[in-house]
Design a protein around this ligand. Structure first.
Ligand SMILES: [Zn+2]
Length: 501
């Protein structure tokens, strides 16, 4: 049995159980050493003080790694990302001047532009309008090539997945895993699983699953009626029955995801007051009457529920639905929660709802339009992470990659300093009083994200009995110096899967 003793390091210990957030001023404790046997951590402490570690030092079959003062963090878990789109994003980049089909996704993935050839190839002329969807049409009713929100989700994404060959899809997953190892991740939470991507996941599993723990949420798209919506929930129930923590913990379906509104920048987030620049209002993509039966059925069937809600009106609606129909034991979660009333921010914790947040979306470099769209008074309510945490909501940090950079330390940097990671020269902060503490954010990006998908007993912590998933980082424990930190090695199941050259 291969054993390795890692010593002379700063081994991060958050000091709290998963599901609980450290306080904003908490300081982590750092152990000095840990012992790995096979795929597990079997002891954590100090070589001088702990007999198990001390004994290991003298055992000839135990390898010794001198960490030379480096920091060891649990392998990061991205609490919200899009695995298949991340892999395919590269394909869309190469623009073609020869009239071949071109499809461009906006950076936030809420809109796509297609040229004439692509409109034809996708068969978009036969697409019916969907609730909450935008299919821009000319005078004759023919699609011009602009697809937004629900239409993008219902038609364009599945089309992209279906035209990619199986080899391309498997390649996209492998490429995403490689990029993630390099950034220090050992786990991912995919937030929009569908048939095309899932088929590729299973095919790759046949060949040999890559070194990544992937939990998936089945995307329920707005159907034409309740029966169509519920049929998608039943499909998720069926898949979660076959692919779960018992049958395959590293490639499983945990629950459903519903995208309940759009984004502030496209004026498609559901707001309680009209947009400030033109006085138009925007409702959520789903009405309460459409959403409730989906939430009710999914929870009854034992699925976890993840609801995307960005605008304050949408947040209120989804919290109402979860309060009514979702059991706290199933750890319902709300994604993004960018604009909230104080009452709703406080309600998250009271209802046992995980706040799934993406600090990289709070980067001041990308929020320049917000004061005009929302008005200064509402900008002051943006990204109220401090209130979520103070209300007791478990925090899970994610990147929403590829809509935003996936670097975990950059994410923690924005969450703790509320400064720009994309353009570090910008000195503006975004509602600094809502900042998270460093220990708090680091826990949210590791054990918090693991807790958000029921994986906290295995990963997210450097503790006895946990999987040996960790990263070796050259860093100073200071939020203002996170940009200098360097991920040097990534370990998965007790094996080194990436090392900086
Ligand atoms: Zn997302």
């Amino acid at each position: 049995m291969p054993s390795t003793l890692f010593a002379n390091g700063k081994i991060f210990l958050s000091g709290v159980k998963p599901g609980i957030n450290p306080s904003p001023t908490s300081q982590p404790t750092f152990a000095e050493a840990f012992l790995v046997e096979d795929d597990k951590i079997v002891a954590v402490g100090s070589v001088d003080k702990d007999s198990a570690l001390h004994r290991a030092l003298a055992m000839p079959h135990v390898d010794f790694v001198d960490l030379a003062g480096k920091t060891v963090l649990p392998g990061f878990v991205d609490g919200h990302m899009h695995l298949m789109i991340l892999g395919h994003a590269k394909d869309l980049d190469d623009l073609d001047p020869l009239g071949r089909p071109i499809l461009i996704d906006t950076k936030d993935l809420h809109f796509s532009w297609a040229n004439t050839a692509a409109v034809k190839d996708m068969g978009a002329e036969s697409w019916a309008d969907v609730p909450g969807g935008i299919i821009e049409r000319d005078e004759d009713g023919k699609p011009t090539g602009v697809f937004g929100e629900a239409a993008n989700i219902t038609y364009v994404w599945p089309y992209l997945a279906s035209v990619a060959s199986m080899e391309e899809r498997k390649g996209a997953i492998k490429a995403a895993v490689k990029a993630y190892h390099q950034s220090g991740y050992t786990g991912m939470v995919d937030m929009a699983m569908d048939e095309g991507a899932w088929e590729a996941m299973l095919a790759l599993k046949e060949e040999g699953w890559p070194d990544m723990r992937v939990a998936c949420y089945w995307l329920v798209k707005p159907g034409r009626n309740e029966a169509e919506n519920l049929a998608q929930v039943e499909r998720a129930v069926e898949l979660a029955g076959a692919y779960n923590a018992e049958t395959g913990p590293d490639c499983r379906i945990v629950g459903i995801k519903v995208i309940c509104d759009g984004i502030i920048d496209a004026c498609t987030a559901g707001l309680s007051e009209p947009y400030a620049h033109d006085g138009t209002g925007c409702n959520p993509l789903w009405t309460k009457e459409e959403l409730e039966p989906v939430v009710k059925r999914a929870d009854e069937a034992g699925l976890q529920i993840a609801l995307h809600a960005i605008g304050d009106a949408t947040v209120t609606m989804v919290l109402d639905a979860l309060e009514k129909y979702a059991s706290p034991a199933r750890r319902p979660r709300v994604e993004h929660i960018e604009l909230t009333s104080e009452a709703d921010a406080e309600r998250l914790g009271r209802l046992g709802i995980t706040a799934s947040i993406q600090p990289v979306h709070a980067d001041p470099a990308i929020l320049k339009a917000w004061p005009r769209l929302l008005g200064e008074h509402r900008c002051k309510r943006a990204f109220a992470y401090r209130e979520f945490a103070d209300g007791g909501a478990p925090l899970a940090l994610g990147s929403d990659s590829p809509t935003a950079p996936h670097c975990p330390l950059g994410n923690v940097y924005v969450g703790t300093t509320r400064k720009s990671f994309r353009q570090p020269e910008i000195t503006t902060t975004v509602n600094e009083h809502f900042a998270l503490g460093l220990c708090e954010a680091m826990a949210g990006a590791t054990q918090g994200a693991a807790y958000s998908c029921f994986d906290e007993h295995r990963v997210g912590r450097l503790a006895e009995g946990c999987k040996a998933d960790f990263v070796v980082v050259d860093m100073v424990w200071d939020k203002d110096r996170l940009m200098e930190a360097k991920i040097e090695q990534t370990w998965f199941d007790g094996r080194k899967v990436w090392e900086k050259k």
